[in-house]
Design a protein around this ligand. Structure first.
Ligand SMILES: [Zn+2]
Length: 677
């Protein structure tokens, strides 16, 4: 048996990376799944009357070894993968989904859970236990456990059809993206693009044995072209191609898939007793109902629209002045926005980077956490790392008690996926009276140091570091009993509050003075630059808000009502967009047929949550600002009612306890500069 199935005999029971062999994973998974299965069997075969303790709590603490193993394995598959790990991931994924299906479809287990659920008044549960019971019960009932056999069969049939439709939807978009290329043979057609973007286009052409330059619909190629290319006709060609993805009436068309997905989701929700798919989804969100979401979006719309219209008119006037453009079209937006932004702010990354040396920024984040939440971060080298670039810290409170282990893995390398994320190697929990402290990790892809220069971050990277660190604090400061309710295990539209709120400190003089010092001269970042950062951060905020709202409304239009009467995807979409449109309508383009977030990914009835989270973080930070951004009392409330509480209570209850009232959009509108105009 490998070390992966044993107790970790390491400092703080940290993962023994140096002793794990890739070849051991598969066997370890098989053993861990067997153990977890046996633990479930013990629950279902019990002769005792079901109680909260012998059923719900036992289920909650079952499969710990499997969870620990899955965390290590899948974290490494994201941060330090290789062919072997990828191959094992392929092999074990079906085993894991089979195991989780076996639990969801386990009638004997559900029977016991239901018995406890129906008699919950008899068990004298505290609110965390009630939340856990509710969550366990719903994880079954929302998958049809309460349905009679014939309807269960129907549900499974719908699920099967939905998963293949979603797959097809995504494949069609991918095929459309790959099928298009714009082949340019004259360098003048690339005027406006940076040397780097031109080089990338040239290399792409070369890789396909073509002369000249290739522009595609992949973001790294598409975005720079739409933002910088001077040639309006070519921008138009590219934009129209992007907007027509899976909307050309050919084999890759997604219109029918959209209609079928929306209808099946509606049918599924009805089968389970919900009015619409949105009602089903939002039951487990802070927003709770489609009415709340729609009201929320329309309230923001009302406030943002005048500002957006003004911005649009100014942009149109700017384009007319500069290039004699009479009517601003979709393919002009990014281009003239960028030109106007440069004119107004002349702010570029190179100016800012010397003030954001990585080590300074990390220490800044630590100092802020220390001043707010009484945390001490000490770098330690006594625990295993999965790569030499990884930094390891011991996090303690003022009395020296262990709060968390923290891994920080900042630089890109092959084997690490793109982006930035927070993850957990070991969740916090309290078992048998022992508070097991968590092991948290931040993984990013920041600019690496060179021989002559340290790692200097762009401002965007600075806010990313604070964002992920905020998720990290949510994990580190957890004080809950049950691991599935600990840390970031909260409703989807609440999870970005701790991360986004931390970003706010990056714009405050008092905070920047702590870490934004020039890496050579030690000078603090000039106030004038901070002002520019702030002003440029809210540039075109009205139009951007309107755009986000339009996507949220489109999402709700597909999922918040009975879609069976919809026959034309385009007509339906045009109606949903009616109140948010700025640019002239383009008849040959459609958003829904390529809206992967909601038709393929997990964002159906959830697109609003981007703005929702912004309202929360702005409202929360406003509270800090009123009292001072390092105010201990406010920080303590945030720690006590939000950061430490995970998903133990309804988020609105937690938030209101912290803030003293429910969140209002005013702080966001003010921060975005949408109130004063
Ligand atoms: Zn986040």
């Amino acid at each position: 048996m490998s070390i992966l199935n044993a107790t970790f005999d390491t400092p703080y029971h940290t993962a023994p990376f140096s002793k794990i062999k890739d070849a051991d994973y598969k066997a370890a998974f098989i053993i861990a799944i067997e153990k977890a299965r046996a633990e479930i069997d013990t629950i279902t075969k019990s002769k005792e009357v079901p109680t909260f303790k012998n059923t719900i709590e036992s289920l909650e603490f079952s499969g710990e070894e499997l969870d620990r193993l899955s965390s290590i394995f899948f974290n490494l598959n994201s941060a330090e993968t290789n062919d072997t790990i990828q191959k094992i991931a392929q092999e074990i994924s079906p085993l894991l989904s089979e195991f989780s299906n076996d639990i969801t479809l386990n009638d004997a287990l559900f029977k016991r859970i239901k018995q406890v659920y129906e008699q919950k008044a008899n068990f004298d549960l505290n609110s965390e236990q009630e939340t856990l019971l509710d969550k366990k019960y719903k994880s079954f009932s929302r998958n049809g456990a309460n349905l009679p056999e014939d309807k269960k069969g129907k549900l499974r049939d719908i699920d099967k059809r939905l998963s293949s439709l979603k797959l097809k939807f995504g494949e069609n978009i991918l095929a459309e993206t790959n099928a298009f290329e714009m082949h340019l043979t004259s360098e003048s057609d690339l005027a406006g693009l940076s040397e780097g973007a031109k080089e990338a286009a040239q290399q792409l052409a070369e890789s396909k044995d073509k002369k000249g330059w290739l522009i595609t619909l992949d973001y790294p190629s598409y975005i720079p072209f739409m933002t910088y290319a001077d040639n309006r006709e070519l921008r138009k060609t590219l934009a129209l191609a992007a907007g027509a993805k899976s909307f050309k009436g050919d084999a890759l068309d997604n219109q029918d898939n959209v209609l079928q997905i929306a209808t099946l989701r509606h049918e599924r929700a009805n089968l389970l007793g919900y009015k619409t798919h949105a009602h089903f989804v939002l039951e487990e969100r802070m927003a709770k109902t489609p009415e709340t979401v729609t009201h929320f979006l329309n309230e923001l719309l009302e406030k943002a629209k005048p500002a957006a219209q003004q911005e649009f008119e100014k942009l149109e006037a700017f384009a007319k002045n500069l290039d004699g453009i009479d009517r601003l079209e979709k393919w002009d937006g990014a281009y003239y926005s960028e030109k106007l932004k440069q004119k107004l702010f002349s702010l570029d990354d190179e100016q800012l980077k010397p003030y954001f040396k990585l080590e300074h920024v990390i220490n800044g984040a630590f100092t802020i956490a220390e001043r707010l939440f009484d945390l001490k971060f000490e770098e330690i080298n006594t625990i295993d790392k999965y790569h030499e670039d990884v930094l390891t810290y011991k996090v303690t409170d003022l009395k020296g008690n262990l709060v968390s282990i923290f891994y920080a893995d900042f630089f890109p390398r092959s084997g690490k996926r793109n982006g930035a994320w927070m993850t957990v190697y070991k969740p916090q929990s309290i078992k048998n009276g022992i508070n097991n402290r968590p092991h948290i990790s931040n993984v990013c892809n920041f600019t690496k140091p060179t021989k002559s220069k340290p790692s200097l971050l762009t401002f965007n990277e600075v806010t990313t570091l604070f964002h992920e660190f905020g998720h990290g604090l949510h994990g580190m400061l957890a004080q809950t009993t049950y691991p599935s309710l600990s840390g970031t295990n909260v409703f989807w539209d609440f999870v970005e509050l701790p991360s986004q709120v931390m970003e706010n400190w990056c714009y405050e003089k008092e905070a920047l003075e702590l870490f934004a010092t020039h890496y050579e001269t030690g000078a603090v970042i000039p106030m004038e630059l901070i002002d520019k950062i702030k002003a440029s951060a809210t540039f075109h905020e009205g139009m951007q808000t309107l755009r986000q709202i339009s996507f949220g409304l489109l999402d709700m239009s597909w999922h918040g009502q009975d879609p069976t009467a919809i026959t034309s995807v385009k007509t339906h979409e045009s109606e949903a967009f009616a109140n948010t449109r700025l640019y002239p309508e383009v008849s040959q383009n459609c958003m829904s047929t390529a809206f992967s977030h909601i038709f393929q990914g997990g964002y159906s009835s959830g697109y609003y949550s981007y703005k929702w989270a912004e309202v929360l973080d702005a409202d929360a930070f406003e509270y800090f600002k009123e009292a001072g951004i390092f105010n201990k009392e406010v920080a303590q409330k945030f720690k006590d009612h939000v950061l430490s509480q995970g998903g133990t209570q309804d988020p609105m209850v937690l938030y209101t306890r912290f803030r003293g009232k429910e969140p209002k959009p005013e702080a966001l509108l003010k921060r975005a500069g949408l109130l004063t105009r």
